[in-house]
Design a protein around this ligand. Sequence first.
Ligand code: GAL
Length: 662
Amino acid sequence: MNAPCPDQRGPLLGVCYYPEQWPEGVWPADAARMVALGLTRVRIGEFAWSAIEPEPGRFDWGWLDRAIAVLGGAGLQVIMSTPTAAPPRWLVDRYPDILPVGADGHVRKFGARRHYCFSSTRYRQEAARIATEVARRYGRNDHVVAWQIDNEYGDHDTIHSYSPAAQAAFRDWLAARYGTIGALNAAWGTSFWSMRYNGFDQIELPNQLVEEPSPTHLMDYLRFSSDQVVAFNRAQTEILRAHSPGRDITHNGMNQNTDYDHRALAADLDVMSWDAYPLGNLIHGRLPEADKARLLRTGDPDQPGFNNDLYRGVGRGRMWIMEQQPGPVNWAAQNQAPADGMVRLWTWAAYAHGCEMVAYFRWRQAPFAQEQYHTGMLLPDGTPDQAHDEVARVAAERALLPPLPPRGRAQVALVLDYPSRFALAVLPQAANFRPGHHALDWYAALRRLGVDLDIIGPGDDLAGYRLIVAPDLVIMPEDFVTRLAASGAKALFGPRSGSKTGDMHIPANLPPGPLQRLIDVKVLRSESLPDWHEERVLLGNRTLTARRWRETVTTGADVLATFAGDYRAGAPALVGNDRVRYLATLPAPEGLRAIMAGTLDWAGVAALPDLGDLRITRRGGLCFAFNFGPAPADAPAPEGARFLIGSRRIDSADLAIWQEAD
Ligand code: GAL
């Protein structure tokens, strides 16, 4: 593994470039313009397989050799990719069984991208073959400083395949996990509905059934599918490490994707990347329409921060943005333009959250194929567009800051556990139970109070945290409870915490299972509720609203808030002792903020009054403030603070950076 980046004066800046899509004659001018703009990195090659190997075994390296020479010769550092996200047509013709099969049983065909099944042994061989060829050719090239493997595992719902290869591999995986079919029968609860199996060779994939499968069957399939991704990726890391020593290896994740275990994947990587498209994610995101209207061109203030903090943690402190939205995109339900200033704002915000590099997608808008409406830094004719000018500004502003160390540990950590997310996908118990939205609600409530967070897994080191919040740790490892008890941190758990064992059973001591070692609380009943219904919760002299989920608990701990209304009025809604609190419902944002304010106070973490649409973040003695709202706002900077960028009054879509007092 490579060492972390040295202290930096602002983010490294880069761009995604597709030399195979442009006449060779424009490459030198493109490279020169990138350098003039202040870009130092360029990612290439992730969809270039058919250009590299147009026919089986016939390699056309010339164009790529020249592209790297032109880019590198201009002074750019190249992030090379393995091109396995888009297998060529001839490969599909030769080996049709590399194609993935959808849950409906239909083969997903050639004609776009990501058309492969992670379980296809043939595809794994082919992926290793092309990765080896590319790594041998460019692994020691002086211009190549890093590698991206494949592209966005999981994009277009491609983690799960229901092919014959997946079925065979799943049986092997189950045999290794359980050893005996009896153990599987016990775990899956096959005495229910007469589902008993006599051997692993009888087991099928959990699609196209009459009713839902056993939750343990489905859970194992999700775990298996995740393991297939990790193994597929690991094979390429081994090839790259052998042929390209000393280069960073990364993969680009997506907005809070939980289809596979990103921590397991990143254990094999040097740095974790993610692709930031805040405005598409606003349209598809958690906020009510009134908020979406207010934030239409600036985006959810917490979506970028959440992902920055998540992937910084997944990458064990090292995180890049490989693709940053430059203007309108093409793939959301609607694709609005960012307010002027937002590309700059997102870039500085990523840096404040510890990001080492921001690369923009893409250099020039494509006048052909699927993404014609997706903007780039340049228009199709080469005219500079919004991102071009805003990135030029960021590049110049870097000189105004001192070099900063990597972001330090926060006082507050939020737990996001991939197996727990699998569990909620398996048994949501409500069509409107959206854990990704709920976790973002918790994060937002804390961020609006000016708090910096780390996002961690239950296996991560807990030392030094004052407060740990876990909105949805459904499968609670015993070891986590033990380490939490030893850590000295206070903790707030959300509903459904500890509600399933690793086998997807209800714990013998009832939910929250192992957490009962730290707090006397038992969940007797869970109910899910429609969006149009509001529960009322009394917290001190305030009445809060809650939605979607309510639990009936019995407790020997203190009752800190109660349900009001016509159903079981007076039942506990928030309970706690001096170390652990348990919340039995999903409060709406304002109520959640009130609960978080009380929780921060209890844990001894300093908070600010509600920041509204302003977000602040600290790194290396500097404080960064970002205004996502439509109106100017004042930075909560102390009197006489020294501003390095901007000033106390921050316009919409603008930012300020000041020196914190020593
Ligand atoms: C990403 C993908 C890119 C491009 C982009 C468009 O998901 O990695 O290749 O399609 O979306 O926004």
